[in-house]
Write a protein that binds this ligand. Structure first.
Ligand SMILES: Cc1cc2nc3c(=O)[nH]c(=O)nc-3n(C[C@H](O)[C@H](O)[C@H](O)COP(=O)(O)O)c2cc1C
Length: 723
């Protein structure tokens, strides 16, 4: 944060000017002076053509865009410099003059118009940007749970955070290259690098060298136009004067009569590094690299926005410092918090403030500050989980401290875990803390571990109820609702609403009031006014309508409201694109696996197929009656031949209980064949079903294909959207 704030203005200026400057090589390279077929032409041929065409040739060079420039004295005796066609030696254009906008941007970019001081500052802030990029890479590795998972799926929580990671994964490498080359170019101006000077060594020349025509010089015949950089012709006819030929990495002096190489100087490493840095930093001579630099500059601007947006949000959440009124050794209630981005802190603060209204004997701190508490009777831990089920940063030392620090009395503890079901290790760190306290003789449980998904206010209130029951304190917490701009939501009209079936489930069909882009697998977000918390439902697209399958929960605010909607009612919601869960039209065969309401996106997919991908549907429900509301859509797909097979499992019918994973196991050969021929498996439904299905799939791939399921997951052949 210190790095980012202190360098923000400079980085902003350097980036904006960088964007302008990226257009220079791009605009130069689209000029028609490059003669691509000339790269295999020998230098001797071009020299001969030029010597026939002009009175005298002074220099011949290739500029950074690979355009060939000749400096000549014409037959009319005029001295001139222009782009030539190396085949004919004829002029094809005047030398491009640097546009004043590029001149201005270059000065600002290099030195902020502050000469040496400016150059120093630019170098320094490039170094800061380099550090930011390196720490960024480190953070992505940590967040993704290891280097190997650098490019695996990112869980989307908030816009800024999601795209900061997504774009960062691609832009950080070019960013490191830009900053290192920028730092090198800045350092060059301050004489801190080793010398760039080329040292020549004389070569042995045979005594009986003969005078030959320039076009017959061995070295000129052996040098192709794409290898050479610059050729300086001898200044006079004097034997002492020679050709100076610069290639990619060396310089040669050539006798002007015999063509013998008189001396040779390899470019020193600092010079090669300098040339490379210039190329990498400016994109000169490489159209695609210049475009990549341009995109990276835009990415930096986005990082600046998203980085600050995330930080401000985080600061807002964890702002207002909590003022302890009690000392750690006098308080009876100790609240310890583990929070990375401040959400958990917000809950803990509300709890602490509510406690303060009832008793003065309460103390709050971070888990990392765990110590001895002389009069404590209750310990309440609120903690989030990060990485692969790890502690948030302000809780990393807790485990060690707990081991070392002994309490004099027994303390009752309660742990509340904050996590997200979108991650495989749901609330893992809270589970660890709970287990550690359980093992520790100084502690005894007051309430069982309580896990909260996605900062659910409802869940927190439930836990608070348990807490109130277990203590005589009757706490009341007024948790602030998240704010939501309802103007940004769209209107959807209720087209149809089925009866609520035996499982308390129904199908709702909605039509967007304005044309909107969506497809099966996308999500529809509702925000009930009671709590403004987002609820997502998987969309099936059927005849341009949105089909949702909804289970009405006993205490579910949103599902209750939706179950009461009548035809033609308008409802506000927002479509969220879910690109990772769209139907893979590129695959030959697709297996769709769902339980309960998870069937909704598949009902859309099997009825909306404008391709010849074979689709197989596996569904698990409770009873025959559970299938009733969906059967119309399945029959239709069978009739249209867009569904190849349907496999159903009932878990509550008389006789044997069958689950969807059992039916998958029965069809193991088919699943293995489909995965082995680049087919895709899609899973939608409950997390519990997902876990069991994944176990079975892993057994199938390990046994039949001799590969773990992760191979297919990494290959993006397994798509999941479970909740
Ligand atoms: C990079 C990252 C990794 C996460 N890993 C997990 C995880 O493994 N298990 C889990 O239950 N939640 C995980 N979460 C979700 C957070 O624990 C959850 O959003 C929590 O409410 C954040 O609380 P905080 O703002 O106090 O840090 C992760 C979140 C992020 C951003």
């Amino acid at each position: 944060m210190i790095l980012a704030v202190s360098s923000a203005i400079f980085i902003f200026l350097a980036t904006v000017t960088g964007i302008i400057l990226a257009f220079e090589p791009i605009s130069n390279q689209i000029k028609p002076y490059a003669i691509t077929s000339a790269s295999n032409l020998s230098l001797a041929e071009t020299i001969e053509t030029l010597q026939n065409e002009y009175n005298e040739v002074v220099t011949l060079k290739k500029d950074e865009n690979d355009f060939v420039i000749a400096s000549v004295i014409t037959k009319e005796g005029r001295s001139n410099r222009f782009y030539i066609n190396p085949f004919t030696g004829k002029k094809i254009g005047d030398i491009i003059k640097k546009a004043s906008i590029f001149e201005f941007a270059t000065n600002l970019h290099r030195s902020l118009f502050l000469k040496s001081t400016g150059r120093f500052l630019v170098g320094l802030f490039s170094f800061f940007l380099f550090l930011i990029a390196i720490t960024g890479i480190k953070l992505i590795i940590k967040r993704q749970g290891g280097f190997k998972r650098f490019f695996s799926k990112v869980v989307k929580e908030e816009f800024a955070q999601y795209y900061h990671v997504i774009i960062g994964r691609y832009a950080l490498i070019p960013l490191v290259i830009i900053t290192i080359s920028g730092i090198y170019l800045s350092l060059e101006k301050f004489d801190v690098l080793p010398s760039n000077k080329i040292t020549h060594t004389k070569t042995q020349i045979s005594e009986n060298s003969k005078k030959i025509a320039v076009k017959d010089f061995k070295i000129f015949n052996a040098t192709l136009l794409n290898e050479f950089k610059h050729l300086e012709f001898p200044f006079s006819d004097d034997e002492e004067d020679y050709f100076v030929l610069k290639l990619e990495n060396k310089e040669l002096y050539i006798n002007q009569y015999s063509g013998d190489i008189i001396s040779k100087g390899d470019f020193p490493l600092p010079l090669l590094a300098s040339n490379l840095s210039l190329k990498l930093h400016t994109g000169q001579g490489n159209f695609l690299w210049a475009i990549l630099l341009l995109l990276t500059c835009f990415a930096i601007l986005f990082f600046m926005y998203s980085g600050f947006a995330m930080t401000l949000k985080r600061k807002k959440r964890s702002s207002s410092k909590m003022q302890n009124i009690s000392d750690k050794d006098t308080a009876e209630y100790i609240i310890l918090v583990g929070s990375e981005t401040g959400h958990t802190q917000r809950f803990a603060k509300q709890f602490f403030e509510a406690m303060c209204l009832k008793t003065t004997s309460v103390f709050i701190d971070q888990l990392n500050n765990y110590t001895s508490y002389k009069r404590a009777k209750h310990l309440i831990v609120f903690t989030a989980t990060y990485g692969e089920g790890e502690a948030p940063s302000n809780a990393k030392n807790f485990e060690t401290l707990l081991d070392v620090i002994k309490q004099n009395q027994t303390i009752q503890y309660s742990v509340v875990g904050f996590g997200s079901l979108m991650y495989p290790n749901f609330c893992k760190y809270a589970i660890i803390v709970d287990a550690l306290l359980q093992k520790n003789k100084s502690f005894m449980p007051n309430l069982p571990l309580f896990k909260i998904n996605n900062q659910s206010l409802e869940a927190f209130k439930t836990w608070l109820g348990q807490w109130n029951d277990s203590t005589s304190l009757n706490l009341k917490i007024q948790l602030n609702k998240p704010t939501i701009n309802r103007k940004k939501l769209s209107n959807f009209e209720v087209i149809s609403h089925t009866e609520i079936n035996v499982d308390d489930t129904f199908i709702l069909q909605l039509r967007p009031q304005f044309i909107q882009k969506f497809q099966s697998g996308d999500l529809l977000a509702f925000y009930p006014e009671d709590d403004n918390v987002e609820r997502l439902y998987s969309i099936g697209r059927v005849e341009d309508n949105i089909l949702l399958s909804i289970k009405r929960h006993e205490f579910g605010v949103c599902s209750r409201q939706l179950s009461q909607l009548t035809q033609k009612t308008m409802i506000k919601a927002k479509i969220r694109r879910n690109l990772d869960f769209h139907f893979p039209t590129y695959a030959k065969e697709v297996v769709m696996i769902a339980n309960g309401t998870g069937i909704a996106p598949f009902l859309g997919m099997i009825n909306d197929k404008s391709n010849d991908v074979k689709a197989h549907l596996f569904w698990g429900g409770r009873t025959h009656d559970s299938l009733e509301i969906y059967s119309k859509f399945i029959d239709k797909a069978f009739n249209k031949k867009t569904l190849s097979s349907f496999h159903v499992a009932y878990s509550q019918e008389e006789g044997k209980k069958v689950y969807v994973q059992d039916v998958i196991q029965e069809n193991a050969d088919m699943i293995a064949r489909i995965l082995n021929t680049d087919g895709v498996v899609m899973i939608c439904g409950s997390i519990a079903m997902q876990n069991r299905v994944l176990e079975v799939l892993n057994d199938i791939t390990t046994e039949k294909l001799k590969q773990p399921l992760s191979t297919f997951e990494n290959n993006e052949q397994i798509k999941m959207d479970c909740y």
